[in-house]
Design a protein. Structure first.
Ligand code: GDG
Length: 724
């Protein structure tokens, strides 16, 4: 039976050594709870590092055995690997780059090697446990190379990937010397999920610029697969936070804490120690708020929980010192014997303690400089059973996209920060409750279970799509079978696309003239009187006539506008109109004026805007603008606007290769039919073919065709074999 495997850097367990014994505690994170519905079922497992550098084999065995009871499988990392792969490349290279702190990025080839090595270690481990029908869900920036590594061993495996931190704009990502390898690693997945639409479009833009691949609605066509990219904001276990907030233990803690701090209004902030969280900026804003609002002295306190993290990394050590100094300065300046402006905790709280703080806080200050999502703000909202409280949230947190009923601020704008605090502290309860209600409804609906289900649904969706478009690569054995059918038949119909199918692509289209090898193939194919060869191309009729007119063939030019039967003159589909061309051409010329490198190709019954040579990105932007413009002015005009490979084509809707090929299908009652083509226009031909036809897609394994070959070279080999 197939199983689902979750893979992340850390397993959802905390192992500690107490009096020489290993103690196991499940981790309380939202992800662990959400994915519990998956990895705890049946044969499913979670693979990851158990959180300790273990050297002794006996201990490894004991941990493996213990974790197996919870469906977890450990990948053991050495202390050196943790230092170089985790603290090094993951946290000193990727983390700052992805959070736009490029001045902190460490560029070090040794760390990169360690990152590759550990990803390979995960891949090797997985090879032992993965079955081809399994589903793999890989998490986060520590394992960006893993999807491609696993794909190499299991080409058909279902692989999903979710990035928990932001995906940066291309301008940041391009700074990494290993950007291509990282991107290719990720593209090993079938489905890639990001928290926000911005992360998704940044990723797609990098794919476009680095791999030259466009996308349509988040779908990228790779030669061997369709990959889906989508925004899927992660939710929290809403019920768990609401229930914890109502529990007697939480309420008892709240009473205790309240007795200690007195009856001031409380502002709460909770973060891991990290420069991306904007802790010093928050302290400076709070200081300015006190300075500007003396009426709040003695009446408002900030409870600041900073959870220790990565404090061996120099940048984090420095940050810790900066925070300590700021807190000391503010408390020293404003504190009274009976009032502490900032209650600062450099440690973590148990869940009920955290929940009591959420309950008590009049205001939550969640103001990261950059955050993938941020779950603290969502947990705060879920814990507000009486709906009283205000959330001040940074625009730079992924959560800001969903929580527009909070007070949104730019954390670099200290003035806005101070105003937000003033607004929050004076907001009438009725207004607080109205906003809280809206946010609670949304978080209840888009909770962690919804997120997990949606992720799996999207992954299955793209897998199904891949299957329906799957071709079989033509092997030696298969080509022999095709040859057998060919030899047996007496009346054959052979449709051949030209560019990309019989020849390769050239920067100068005139270079694609038939070479010696192709001439020989055409000669042999047409020499057999049982063959009816139809070249079916988008090119104009003059070129096709000039290059191929000497062979005993039939031709479809301009995607089906012009037809030429053996021994007859060129003719076109009756009543085809082309008066529309003059107006549309004016529009296209306007775009050429604004877009260096683009040009318009004029055909008898169609116009083509080419942007292959336009600056990457600009061409795509202009194309979007152009297609929406064209769709508007061509409405009700019986014209089609089609986006192709670096082209936009406008043509009569009656014209397509599929329709044109039907004419020949009816003309010859053939007992062997084959059609070969390489691009989207050939898909119409494939769809028009009867079931028994041998349809062959060149260059991709995703198509309506039955079979595929990697390039025109294999097409030539196949055709040569047939006539041998
Ligand atoms: C990454 C992304 C994204 C914090 N202090 C205590 C405590 N916590 C818990 C919170 C919350 C979690 O830790 C922190 O989650 P965040 O989302 O805020 O941040 P990261 O850990 O950096 O996570 C982030 C996330 O992945 C998910 O995709 O949102 O943007 O950076 O659950 O409650 N828990 C306890 N005591 C504490 O003192 N018990």
């Amino acid at each position: 039976m197939s199983k689902t495997i979750i893979v992340s850097n850390r397993l959802p367990v905390k192992i500690s050594e107490e009096e020489g014994e290993l103690v196991y505690k499940p981790s309380e994170g939202g992800l662990a709870t959400g994915l519990g519905s998956i990895y705890k079922q049946g044969e499913n497992i979670w693979v990851g590092w158990p959180g300790l550098a273990i050297t002794k084999d006996v201990e490894k065995k004991a941990i493996t055995k213990q974790l197996a009871k919870e469906n977890m499988k450990p990948v053991f990392l050495s202390a050196q690997e943790i230092e170089d792969f985790y603290e090094g490349f993951s946290n000193e290279t990727l983390w700052p780059n992805f959070h736009y702190f490029n001045q902190y990025v460490v560029y070090n080839e040794e760390l990169w090697k360690a990152y590759q090595k550990v990803n390979a270690k995960f891949a090797k481990y997985l090879e032992e446990v993965v079955e081809p029908d399994d589903t793999l869900w890989i998490h986060d920036y520590q394992l960006l190379l893993l999807p491609e590594m696993i794909r190499a061993k299991f080409p058909k495996l279902s692989i999903g990937f979710f990035l928990h931190i932001p995906f940066p704009s291309y301008e940041s990502f391009r700074l990494l010397p290993w950007r291509r390898e990282l991107l290719n690693g990720m593209l090993g997945s079938d489905f890639l999920g990001f928290h926000t639409y911005d992360d998704m479009r940044h990723f797609l833009s990098s794919v476009n610029r680095l791999a030259g691949l466009g996308n349509s609605n988040g779908q990228i066509n790779l030669p061997d697969r369709k990959v889906l990219v989508d925004a899927l904001p992660m939710g929290i276990d809403y019920e768990r936070y609401a229930t914890t907030a109502a529990s007697p233990e939480t309420i008892a803690r709240e009473v205790r804490y309240r007795t200690s701090v007195g009856d001031q209004k409380l502002i709460l902030s909770i973060d891991r120690l990290d420069y991306s969280k904007g802790i010093p900026q928050r302290l400076r804003a709070f200081e300015l708020f006190l300075e500007r609002n003396p009426q709040y002295l003695n009446k408002v306190s900030l409870i600041m929980v900073v959870v220790p993290s990565r404090d061996q990394v120099p940048k984090y050590k420095q940050l810790k010192e900066e925070v300590d100094l700021l807190v000391g300065r503010i408390n020293g300046k404003y504190g009274r014997l009976n009032w502490t402006p900032i209650h600062y905790f450099y440690r973590s709280f148990p869940l009920h303690g955290l929940s009591a703080l959420y309950r008590m806080a009049h205001v939550a200050l969640v103001t990261p400089m950059r955050d993938g999502m941020n779950l603290v703000c969502k947990e705060y909202i879920a814990s507000k059973l009486d709906k009283k409280g205000v959330l001040i949230l940074s625009e730079m947190a992924g959560a800001a996209k969903e929580l527009s009923d909070s007070i949104l601020i730019n954390p670099n704008d200290i003035e806005q920060y101070v105003t937000a605090l003033e607004t929050a502290l004076s907001m009438p309860e009725e207004e607080q409750m109205k906003h809280m209600q809206t946010m609670q409804e949304s978080l209840k609906r888009y909770n962690i279970h919804h997120w997990v289900n949606l992720f799996m649904e999207r992954l299955n969706f793209v897998k199904e799509q891949q299957k329906s478009l799957e071709t079989s690569i033509i092997t030696e054995k298969l080509s022999k079978e095709i040859k057998k059918r060919y030899d047996k038949s007496k009346n054959r119909l052979i449709f051949l696309d030209y560019d990309g199918t019989l020849t390769g692509f050239h920067a100068d289209p005139l270079q694609s003239k038939p070479d010696g090898e192709l001439k020989k193939i055409m000669k042999n194919l047409t020499a057999d009187k049982n063959n009816n060869v139809v070249v079916i191309s988008g090119r104009g009729r003059d070129t096709l006539e000039e290059w191929l007119g000497s062979y005993d063939i039939e031709i479809i030019a301009e995607h089906g506008v012009w037809l030429k039967e053996k021994g007859k003159k060129w003719r076109t589909i009756a009543n085809l109109k082309h008066e529309w061309k003059a107006n549309i051409q004016k529009v296209l010329d306007g775009y050429v004026n604004r877009t260096p490198g683009s040009f318009v190709e004029v055909k008898d019954y169609s116009l083509v805007w080419h942007y292959r040579k336009v600056e990457t990105g600009l061409g795509e932007v202009r194309t979007r603008e152009l297609t929406s413009h064209l769709k508007y002015i061509t409405a009700n005009k019986n014209l089609n606007v089609l986006e192709g490979d670096m082209v936009v084509e406008i043509k009569n809707s009656e014209v397509n290769k599929g329709r044109a090929s039907t004419f020949w299908l009816e003309k010859y009652n053939a007992d062997f039919i084959t059609a070969l083509g390489d691009d989207w226009t050939d898909e119409d031909t494939f769809l028009a073919m009867p079931d028994e036809a041998v349809t062959v897609k060149v260059g991709s394994t995703t198509s309506a065709a039955k079979y595929s070959v990697p390039s025109y070279k294999e097409v030539r080999k196949l055709l040569t074999q047939l006539t041998d």
